[in-house]
Ligand binder design. Structure first.
Ligand SMILES: [Zn+2]
Ligand SMILES: [Zn+2]
Length: 316
């Protein structure tokens, strides 16, 4: 089969590789994630080359049924897996990290239990957004467990920030504002229902940092209201931007959030199917689809910040 193989930092090429035999899923679309970009740049020692990246897959299972794939594979028996926190399983694996090849290929292998059937009539492009959006939904669920959502602000309008914004809206936040300084990207988000898109921050009870750099953490602490919550989901880097004094005096809760549980993933898929997460209606704004062969160009443009779409999907 054809696969997009990363051969060295910043180098991708189409290669003929052997097709997986077990639990084969024919890939319809696979989204490019920030973590793929991190590996592409050569900054992820967990992903040595040569490697096939990609973990945001929708396609068809061996019976030809449309599915969206939860790329997190967990042990099922540890204390995390048996208490609904399977995303923290110490033995977790993810598609696109050894030993599991990723989805930038014609076929990918994933356990049957990780395949969620896609409802008839739902575009597979929308189904492939389940993974990044589930990250946002998980963050919002954790935040709700701490304090009422109130008025919410999301820093960063990429796919994860968007997923958080749509989840906040679906779960009853009083107001949802996405802060996205890139005007081309901001324009694409303007039509989302009940979501304000601004280029500067507002005061909020719940802040979701979907960027995760010193500057956005600083903004989160300076704009969260007393008693509020900051959910940190971006992996931008650095370790500055904290305001422990303000956090103490005003009882701010700051927490990190990673991926989603198997339940979050299924619930996200369901909410996309029934429209509570209005993704199918806004595919044109949210995604840009390119042939898998053009993957090298797509990665290069993303690395240079030249892509406005919150999500690029590759199509084998
Ligand atoms: Zn992802
Ligand atoms: Zn486990």
């Amino acid at each position: 089969m054809r696969a997009l193989v990363q051969t060295a930092p910043n180098a991708l090429e189409m290669q003929e590789v052997s097709e997986p035999e077990n639990n084969a899923i024919r890939v319809a679309f696979c989204g490019i994630c920030g973590s793929d970009m991190h590996a592409y740049a050569g900054h992820d020692p967990r992903r040595p080359t040569p490697i096939v990246l990609g973990h945001e897959v929708a396609g068809w299972d061996s019976d030809g049924r449309p599915v969206t794939v939860n790329p997190l594979v967990t042990c099922g028996v540890c204390k995390y897996c048996t208490t609904g926190r399977d995303n923290l399983c110490p033995d977790r694996q993810i598609l696109s990290m050894p030993p599991r090849p990723g989805g930038f290929a014609e076929v990918v292998s994933a356990p049957k239990a990780n395949c969620v059937p896609v409802l008839d009539g739902i575009p597979l492009e929308a189904a492939s957004l389940t993974e990044p959006i589930a990250c946002g939904l998980h963050a919002v669920r954790l935040a709700m467990n701490i304090a009422p959502l109130g008025e919410a602000m999301v820093l960063g309008g990429g796919a994860i920030g968007l997923g958080a914004a749509l989840s906040l809206r679906a779960m009853g936040a009083d107001r949802v504002t996405v802060v996205e300084p890139n005007t081309d990207r901001a324009k694409r988000l303007m039509d989302l229902p009940d979501v304000d898109v601004l280029d500067s921050p507002v005061m909020a009870d719940t802040v979701i940092d979907a960027v995760g750099i010193d500057a956005t953490r600083t903004t989160a602490f300076s704009h969260v209201r007393p008693g509020g919550v900051i959910a940190h989901i971006g992996l931008g880097g650095g370790n500055g931007g904290f305001d422990p004094r303000y956090a103490t005096l005003q009882e701010i809760t700051f927490f990190g959030t990673y991926t989603y549980t198997a339940d979050d993933f299924r619930d996200t898929a369901q909410a996309i199917f029934d429209g509570r997460l209005p993704v199918s209606d806004h595919l044109e704004a949210l995604t840009e689809t390119r042939p898998l062969e053009e993957g090298p160009k797509a990665f290069a443009e993303l690395a240079l910040g030249q892509v406005a779409a919150p999500k690029v999907l590759l199509q084998p």
